[in-house]
Design a protein around this ligand. Sequence first.
Ligand SMILES: NC(=O)c1ccc[n+]([C@@H]2O[C@H](COP(=O)([O-])OP(=O)(O)OC[C@H]3O[C@@H](n4cnc5c(N)ncnc54)[C@H](O)[C@@H]3O)[C@@H](O)[C@H]2O)c1
Length: 381
Amino acid sequence: MVHSGPPLRVGILGAGGIAVASYGVLPNLHHYSDTVEVVALADVDHLRAAAVAAEYGIPRVHRSIEDMVAGGGLDAVANLTPIPLHHRTSKVVLEHGLHLVTEKPIASTLAEADELIMLAEQHGVEIVCAPPDLLREPFRKARELVAGGEIGRVAFARVHSSHQGPGGGPSGWPSDPTWFYQRGSGPLLDMGVYGIHQITGVLGPARRVAAFSGITDPVRTVRGDGPFAGLQIEVTADDNTLFLLDFGDSAYAVVDGGYNLHASRSPRVEIFGRRGVINIGVPDGPELEVFKTDLVPGVDGWVDPPRPIAADSTRAAVGRAIIVGHLADVVLGGARNELGADHARHALEIMLAVEISARDNRIVELGTTFDHGSSTRQELP
Ligand SMILES: NC(=O)c1ccc[n+]([C@@H]2O[C@H](COP(=O)([O-])OP(=O)(O)OC[C@H]3O[C@@H](n4cnc5c(N)ncnc54)[C@H](O)[C@@H]3O)[C@@H](O)[C@H]2O)c1
């Protein structure tokens, strides 16, 4: 976005992993220096906040969200706190009439999400919600291809939305990952949320959910060479969850959201249509590839994608800063909010439905929806 006026004045809430990781917010915000200025940082861990503020030249340091908003001079806050704190802290932001960027998920209950959406409407401010995948080229393109009928009517999709868990890999996890494994968080909310946003972003809102879920090892030991290596974590949130989404018209998706995926040689997302297949995130392959029936009459085959479509060039360049940059595009440039709260609420309803389905051994109907912008379940001509 080309912008000549003053930048959006942003306060960062939470100076932990996603604030400072190489793929996180602060190390990549310089890409948006014409539209975003970080003027304050708040964290309950004041020493950490002070160190991070000094490293990134952030002028003001606070101990709480209340303290930061009371300091004034802000247009928006980026909420990078742990999952169970999102609603309480985001509420303070919106009550002060500030725009909000929030890490995922938007809240922990539908009532909380509704309250945040209502507050944003009352104050005329925007909410931009992670995850940001729908801003990225492979998902934009997949959505366009499906909506344009390029792979025909979608029959089913398979979505990997798991990893080995925070601190589960050989490289050191920088902060204490305990909260990720405990009730109120867990991989469904931490990781499954990506697959849910991705597949509903491409196919549209889901209608029903069926799930299995459980705990694998009740105690996890932090791996790697980080400061918490060897820490024993009591696992109180399900760490192994698989679920089915029904989009209506016989279109389904199977999604995993767990901390048990050490490696995979299959694409992150596969969408199977009556006239083709879309793969997104092919290991050691392109970010997007397409198989089409009758590529030329009588011949089916894979389309070799040209470079700009295949390469997800934005991912490495702007990391998680993209969510803050998107808010600036929306507020300052009038761009459409592609990461809106209605979609995040629908994703949250799916996550809550997964928990109910697995617990009560039943299929759960969904009540929320969001403006997806196009019909994706193409009829064959
Ligand atoms: N770490 C990652 O790689 C990663 C990636 C994508 C998204 N996220 C998301 O980012 C969010 C934060 O995760 P993280 O890994 O950075 O966690 P973290 O534990 O590393 O950092 C959280 C920070 O928030 C601070 N904090 C806690 N309560 C607070 C409060 N009330 N007010 C202000 N600060 C408070 C903590 O002191 C800590 O510094 C989560 O929603 C997570 O799902 C994390």
